[in-house]
Design a binder for this molecule. Structure first.
Ligand code: DGL
Length: 287
């Protein structure tokens, strides 16, 4: 699993809760995050280099625990790893979109996400086939910065939440998708501002169900008689800072975090081989 930083830990938590015998190898790309403001081609390149690394380390399934990366790279990832190397790829956009479609009563669904995810229109595409659903999107870049600093409650978060969420509230949405895996870390203030009548939809639990389904279908579930699972959490940036937040957001499964290094280009953006196909016009269906 990977994310630009600590956000994907919200998905990792659900995976560990639903699949307690599985072993997680998680990379937080904190040296290159946030992904949200980056060009989509850069996010794609960063994501592919991480997934290359994970697949080379022998993972049996990949989870793109990041909406921005899911929007940027899902089609390529399925081609490169699922078709190319037999490794299923699970993402976080369709699980959240299908939950929102089930939950909404008035058909007015709000989306808060990174600039990259909003601009990709991946959620618009995912919800396009659902009759009567209208999407109201708002980019909330400062939420990621706050979560990465460990600031998840207090006046600063509340001020930012009130500012970002005002247009979404004014649109009369009755359901709000937290379309960035960092945002569940700020669920208290977001829910406070939206009010208790607006359910907040996150992708973590539904994504974990997709992980279960994909492993079960391929008969790849790790049995309860297997040795105690050993998880491995890595970051591309400062491992100490990452481990403090990872223990707080995920829990005691995070032991010592080691830094993971990649070869990088002069711009600091890692380069991956050029045998990847061009960006898709729309996202493909979920697993
Ligand atoms: N947590 C990520 C997402 O779901 C990325 C946030 C960022 O790096 O901007 O989009």
């Amino acid at each position: 699993m990977f994310d630009s930083g600590v956000g994907g830990l919200t998905v990792a938590r659900s995976v560990l809760d639903q699949l307690p015998h599985e072993q997680v190898l998680y990379i937080g790309d904190t040296a290159n995050g946030p992904y949200g403001p980056r060009d989509i081609a850069e996010v794609r390149s960063l994501a592919l280099s991480i997934m290359d690394e994970l697949v080379d380390r022998g993972v049996k399934l990949l989870v793109i625990a990041c909406n921005t990366a899911s929007a940027a790279v899902l089609h390529d990832a399925r081609e490169r790893y699922t078709l190319g190397r037999g490794v299923p790829v699970i993402e976080v956009i369709h699980p959240a979109a299908r939950t929102a479609a089930r939950v909404t009563r008035n058909g007015r669904v709000g989306l808060i996400a990174t600039r990259g995810t909003v601009d990709s229109r991946a959620y618009d595409d995912a919800l396009q086939a659902v009759p009567g659903v209208e999407l109201f999107s708002q980019a909330c870049p400062r939420f990621v910065e706050l979560a990465e600093r460990g600031v998840t409650t207090g006046a600063e978060v509340l001020d930012v939440a009130e500012e970002y969420l005002a247009p979404i509230k004014a649109a009369g949405v009755d359901t709000l998708i937290l379309g960035c895996t960092h945002y569940p870390l700020l669920v208290g203030p977001i829910s406070y501002v939206m009010g208790e009548d607006v359910p907040l939809v996150t992708s973590s639990d539904e994504t974990a169900k997709d992980v279960y389904r994909a492993l079960a279908r391929k008969n790849l579930l790790r049995g309860s008689d297997a040795p105690e699972p050993r998880h491995d959490f890595r970051s591309t940036g400062d491992p100490e800072a990452f481990s403090v937040l990872a223990r707080r957001f995920l829990g005691p499964e995070v032991a010592a975090v080691e830094r993971i290094a990649f070869a990088s280009s002069e711009s600091g953006v890692r380069v991956v081989p050029s045998d990847v196909s061009p960006l898709p016009a729309t996202l493909q269906g979920s697993a």
